[in-house]
Design a protein around this ligand. Structure first.
Ligand code: DX5
Ligand code: ZN
Length: 218
């Protein structure tokens, strides 16, 4: 077993039975469950909020990796943590004071992360490195699953991993969006250690095998 973690995104799950999709992903060997929260303002889509996270908390023992694609995340983070989030990541471009919010998330014993969109440089993360457990590098513009990976995200992974290692930060680097069995190994080589698989996992005819392939185990 290597230290690569797979976080299936339930945005590609069965919304008519999301709890079952969470149980399925857990059974397939997922390390995290990636919960895509969207408010229709920060991104042109709306998914679910705190009550859903609270309900999904009952469906699995593995960490809930909650990705907030919302404006004013500082307003809602306390309730997402109350609902059972184990990792909370948010977009700094949507937040008034990212440093303060990262400190708050950690003060609640929850892992804290920021999300870097395809058109945002990874250097946005540099001032916060002391406060970060994870940086998410988007492989697509947020809002929808099933999109094609944007290749320019690859050198960003390498740059961030090199910066972290050079400055002694042992953060998780997650890639989110457009991950497939074909491109996962290149992303791992570029320095990521957490991969979100939405459509690649939930549309696979053997999801458990896909989880293993994304992790590089087969
Ligand atoms: C997009 C979400 C991603 C997406 C991943 O806004 O943040 O997590 O669901 O889905 P795939 O893997 O299909 O690109
Ligand atoms: Zn996501």
């Amino acid at each position: 077993m290597n230290n690569i973690k797979i976080s299936p995104s339930i945005l590609s799950g069965r919304f008519e039975a999301l709890g079952e999709s969470v149980k399925d992903a857990t059974k397939w060997g997922a390390d995290y469950i990636h919960c895509d929260v969207m408010d229709g303002r920060f991104v042109p889509n709306i998914t679910f909020g705190m009550p859903m996270v609270k309900a999904l908390r009952k469906c699995t023992h593995i960490p809930l990796d909650v990705h907030l694609m919302i404006v004013e995340p500082e307003k809602y983070v306390p309730e997402f943590i109350d609902a059972g989030a184990d990792i909370v990541t948010f977009h700094p471009d949507a937040c008034h004071d990212s440093g303060k919010l990262l400190d708050y998330i950690r003060s609640r014993g929850v892992k804290a992360g920021i999300v870097i969109n395809p058109d945002v440089p990874v250097s946005v993360a540099y001032p916060y490195m002391e406060k970060l457990d994870m940086v998410v590098i988007m492989g697509v513009f947020p809002g929808f699953g099933g999109q094609k990976f944007i290749e320019s995200a690859l050198p960003k992974m390498k740059e961030l991993r090199e910066y972290a290692e050079k400055n002694g930060y042992s953060i998780d680097i997650e890639v989110d969006g457009g991950v497939t069995e074909e491109n996962a190994s290149l992303m791992i080589l570029s320095g990521v250690n957490v991969l979100v698989g939405g459509s690649s996992v939930f549309r696979s005819n053997d999801p458990a095998a896909t989880v293993k392939k994304l992790r590089g185990e087969i």
